[in-house]
Design a protein around this ligand. Structure first.
Ligand SMILES: Cc1cc2nc3c(=O)[nH]c(=O)nc-3n(C[C@H](O)[C@H](O)[C@H](O)COP(=O)(O)O)c2cc1C
Length: 185
């Protein structure tokens, strides 16, 4: 079974996008599709980025833990809210800690907004940052508008008829990339 790391990137006290990390964890684990675990940036509470972890003399334990979990994953799902048209500083702060670990890593991006536009303006800029590190961002996107109307705090979809086909398509594409990646190396 695939090992999937899900990054929950909002560190706001009353964050809403975390429910999407919970949703994907549940979906993958409860349907026995993958071993999914969440990397919670709010809990990691990394210091402001100064250097990639491999260039640090004594990287702190939680940075090593994050790096190991990304390296060990077959694929990554990144849940990001949109802040002023961009992705949060907490996410950039964590993504830049790594470099080789991202190379050829299949990555699915979930964008989240409390409004009607589903965080869609974040996708291109974030994808570009990942490409710079040679991550494989999948071509399927999962964009969530009105997050509180569509998912509860426990990570349950409130509109399964809409969310399920989108989830299936997103995961199918992620798994296809993981399979292709494994066949190539
Ligand atoms: C600093 C800030 C900027 C925001 N900018 C946008 C934006 O550009 N577009 C948008 O759709 N929502 C924007 N929002 C609303 C977020 O979509 C909403 O707060 C969402 O819940 C954020 O995810 P989070 O709760 O997990 O942090 C912004 C929120 C914050 C805190």
């Amino acid at each position: 079974m695939h090992n999937i790391a899900i990054i929950s990137s909002s560190i706001r006290p009353d964050r809403k996008s975390h429910s999407l990390a919970l949703y994907f964890k549940k979906y993958l684990n409860e349907n026995f599709l993958a071993n999914a675990h969440i990397l919670v940036l709010k809990e990691y509470d990394f210091p402001i980025f100064s250097q990639t972890f491999k260039k640090q003399k004594n990287p702190i334990k939680k940075v090593m833990d994050f790096a190991e979990k990304i390296a060990a994953s077959d694929g990554v799902i990144i849940v990001t809210p949109e802040y002023n048209g961009g992705y949060p500083a907490s996410l950039k702060n964590a993504v830049d800690l790594l470099y080789e670990e991202w190379r050829h890593k299949p990555v699915g991006i979930v964008t989240v907004s409390s409004g009607p536009f589903a965080g869609s303006q974040v996708l291109v800029s974030f994808q570009f940052s990942l490409w710079k590190m040679k991550a494989w961002t999948i071509t399927e996107q999962f964009a969530v508008p009105d997050v509180e109307k569509n998912y509860d705090e426990e990570g349950n979809s409130l509109h399964k008829k809409i969310s399920e086909p989108l989830t299936e398509a997103f995961i199918k594409e992620l798994f296809w990339c993981i399979k292709a990646d494994k066949n190539l190396v």
